[in-house]
Design a protein. Sequence first.
Length: 140
Amino acid sequence: MVGPERVLVDSGFFIALFNERDQHHESARRLEKWLDFMPIVLPWPILYETVNTRLARRPANLARFGAIARSPETALLDDSLYREESFATVLAQDANVGLSLVDAVLCNIIEDANVAISAMLTFNERDFLAAPATSITSSC
């Protein structure tokens, strides 16, 4: 998927965007404009985490997310190239790290030189970023 630079979007961003009670909701609303200015990458594990029972029960939010995911500017990224290595990483990690399987997949995507990613939207800075919500530099 080498090509134009894209923004990788983590499920935590979408969860905050669609949940008014989330602590990061207002920040997600302010950052939502990124989705209009830059093509985005959505790996399939992000779809699984985002379309949870809570979102599925809210038709307006589900439709809104569906429009983002189905946009011609969105690339749905098959994660099969990253699964085995990510699973091995999670199984071998120190208990203090606590990296989820989805986050391990995202780290492998970020490190893949064949995937053009220049930024990431996330509130999970502990696993990915030096500063919350946006960054070009990964700490994976």
